[in-house]
Design a protein around this ligand. Structure first.
Ligand code: ADP
Length: 689
């Protein structure tokens, strides 16, 4: 290069170089030597590579090779070590010089310092949290406009920034918040799980979710869902955590209430008593509306006075003073609400001038406010009052109002159900009676026969007795014996009548310890003549280890009688095989007993299997179709189930299973098993009459 050109090249504010087509540097300008502190000799060939940043060298060479191969101009970036050891970014530009035939004969290149541009670019493209000066502004522009509490926290747990909403919620300044311990803002019960979740997230460097109760400025704790995610530096180390805390208190409360409401409705549908349900309602409301006491009073059947419903947390002396008070506007808020059929709010009993007698009594029990709401049936009849009390003067909030509305409704269902239950059980008992009277009709011949036999015996024996006394000499011993037989037959007749009266009289259900084997044998005895007439042979297999059941003996006998008579009916038109009934009792699992009646009759249509137990389903010309439906409701009221199956061979088997102890009853846990002889197999072979 001539000296004039060399001067120009050295004056260019950049590094200038050339290379032959193989890419090995064969010229560098003076500035190169100044910048790198390398002599030209040590820089030519591959020498220059020693000042390229080791991390950038392979990328640079690869790029350089591809530029050489393409034969076209190109650019590369890499860091070059300055004389003082500092690396700075350079942009390498290479352009080919071609001869007349188009072959590259030389490469010319420049390398310009782009360190400052790179810095600016990096600063501009780097995430906002890497720029301390811009951090707060960025954070606020977003976090102050969300419906959540937001915070930037260091991995050590130190609060760096929080949004406006967080300061308002906690009622503190940022400095004050920084000075607070976790236990000052998080509910004590939630501190350990929150700490554990935080530790885990920090260790694993993964986002985390936790639910916690945070203490509001006024001391009230509310549920929050906290989502935390890490903000990393360019090396991937966690610099900060971004926490977003969403208030889920209403949601949580809603979920708890919903679960509680579901439990209550299950109680209503199950076999819980009304007072148990009303008590559960009160407890649920009290746990939701903190600081409130809840009561339910009912209106007595006369409609004149209030009766006890439930008040699990109110003082007993207060409730007993309320019960029996008249339903009018003077007696107290509950009587007044029921009387007017409208809500009565007494927000401050210290100043309320109503209820001259009741008010001092309530105040003496520490009650300062009472909001009472009538409980009204679907038909508009007032059933009682639902009240919330507080030991402070208070008016209901929106939450209280919705709780009152929701739970007055459930209380209504519970109370109405008990009424809509009482009517049902009346109807059920009417139907049961009809079913029994129907059986009575069927059994008339059988009963007549049962009673007739001892009567005939009585007449025969009495005549014999007379004859023996009239003999000469009178046969006193013979007369005494026949008189004894007369008495025996008389007793037999009266026993039959007593059994009949028990079975066919109309009386309320009782719960007693019943020996199912004995009850079954009595029913068989009563229906024996009818079965004989129908040419049915009866066999029994009664288990000897059968524990007693708790229930209504007569009702259970009615079910057994119904199954026996149905079995006999099903065999009425069977003439090509013997008509057989097998009546069996046995244990069913640990705590149930089962009774089955198997016949060899015509069976039933499997498609109608579900219908058999429905009221008024009958396939018989004179049938009423209530026997099985009544049986089902009797068995259900004993906490059991009833079913029908087709036999493998001809006929069907009907059976029921009931608990040894009546599940819904209380205090009856200690029933002793009744000892009966080892499996009793009875055979009653009937001959046609
Ligand atoms: P009813 O005897 O008045 O018809 P039930 O309720 O006792 O009323 O029985 C309903 C129906 O169930 C009967 O009409 C009959 O179709 C069927 N059923 C009952 N028991 C049997 C049985 N052992 N075999 C076949 N079908 C039966």
């Amino acid at each position: 290069m001539d000296s004039e050109l060399s001067r120009v090249v050295d004056a260019i504010p950049g590094l200038v170089w050339t290379a032959p087509p193989d890419g090995h540097i064969d010229f560098l300008n003076h500035r190169w030597c100044e910048y790198t502190n390398l002599g030209l000799g040590e820089s030519y060939g591959r020498g220059w590579q020693r000042v390229v940043h080791p991390e950038d060298l392979s990328g640079l060479l690869e790029r350089w090779r591809s530029i050489l191969a393409s034969g076209r101009a190109g650019e590369m970036e890499a860091r070059l070590r300055r004389f003082d050891g500092e690396y700075r970014w350079f942009l390498f530009r290479a352009s080919p010089m071609a001869d007349a035939s188009g072959h590259v004969v030389k490469w010319c290149g420049t390398s310009t310092d782009i360190e400052d541009r790179k810095r600016v670019e990096e600063a501009l493209s780097a995430p906002w949290w890497l720029q301390p000066s811009a951090r707060e502004q960025h954070f606020r522009s977003v976090a102050d406009n969300i419906e959540a509490l937001g915070a930037l926290v260091t991995p050590a747990g130190q609060v760096e920034l929080v949004n406006r909403q967080a300061l308002e919620y906690f009622g503190v300044t940022l400095e004050e918040l920084r000075g607070r311990a976790i236990a000052d803002i998080v509910h004590p019960d939630d501190v350990p799980p929150v700490r554990a979740a935080w530790r885990q997230a920090v260790e694993a460097g993964r986002p985390y979710d936790v639910e916690e109760r945070l203490r509001r400025a006024d001391g009230v704790y509310r549920w929050f869902h906290t989502h935390g995610f890490p903000l990393r530096d360019t090396q991937g180390h966690i610099l900060l955590w971004y926490l977003i805390k969403r208030d889920v208190d209403d949601l949580k409360r809603g979920e708890t209430l919903l679960a509680g409401e579901k439990r209550l409705l299950e109680m209503v549908a199950g076999c819980h008593s009304m007072s148990e349900i009303l008590e559960a309602i009160c407890r649920l409301v009290e746990s939701t509306a903190s600081g409130c006491y809840c009561s339910v009073v009912l209106i007595d059947p006369s409609g004149m006075r209030v009766e006890h419903g439930a008040a699990p947390s109110l003082p007993a002396s207060y409730m007993s003073a309320c019960i029996g008070r008249p339903v009018n506007i003077d007696a107290g808020p509950c009587g007044m609400a029921a009387y007017l059929n409208e809500q009565v709010i007494a927000a401050d009993l210290t100043t309320d001038i109503r209820w001259a007698e009741w008010r001092p009594m309530a105040l003496a029990h520490g009650l300062q406010s009472c909001w009472s709401t009538p409980i009204t049936s679907a038909a508009g009849k007032v059933l009682g009052s639902f009240a919330l009390y507080s030991n402070q003067p208070r008016a209901p909030t929106a939450l209280h109002k919705s709780l009152i509305e929701q739970f007055t409704h459930i209380a209504r269902i519970a109370i109405e159900r008990r009424l809509s239950e009482e009517t049902l059980s009346k109807v059920r008992s009417e139907l049961a009676h009809v079913a029994r009277v129907q059986s009575l009709g069927v059994l008339t011949a059988s009963i007549a026969h049962e009673v007739n036999q001892p009567l005939a015996g009585i007449i025969t024996n009495a005549s014999t007795c007379l004859r023996m006394l009239a003999a000469d000499p009178p046969n006193i011993d013979g007369a005494r014996e026949t008189a004894r037989r007369t008495i025996r037959d008389g007793n037999r007749a009266s026993e039959v009548i007593a059994r009949l009266r028990a079975l066919f009289s109309k009386k309320d259900a009782t719960a007693e310890s019943v020996n199912l084997n004995g009850a079954t044998q009595e029913v068989i005895a009563l229906s024996l003549s009818e079965l004989q007439r129908a040419r049915v042979s009866v066999r029994t297999q009664l288990a000897d280890d059968l524990p007693p059941v708790k229930g209504d003996r007569v009702q259970l006998q009615q079910v057994i009688l119904n199954l026996i008579l149905n079995g006999s009916d099903a065999m009425r038109r069977v003439n090509d095989r013997s008509r057989k009934l097998l009546i069996r009792t046995e244990r069913d699992g640990r705590d149930h007993v089962r009774l089955t009646v198997q016949d060899t009759g015509i069976g039933f249509d499997l498609q109608k299997q579900d219908k058999l137990f429905e009221p008024f389903f009958s396939t018989k010309s004179g049938g009423m179709g209530i026997g099985l439906s009544v049986s089902r409701s009797i068995i259900a009221s004993h906490g059991g189930r009833i079913w029908a199956t087709q036999n493998d061979g001809p006929g069907a088997t009907f059976g029921f299973s009931i608990p040894c102890r009546w599940e819904c009853s209380r205090g009856s846990d200690a029933l002793e098993p009744i000892q009966t002889p080892a499996v009793t197999i009875g055979m009653h072979v009937m001959t046609s009459v």
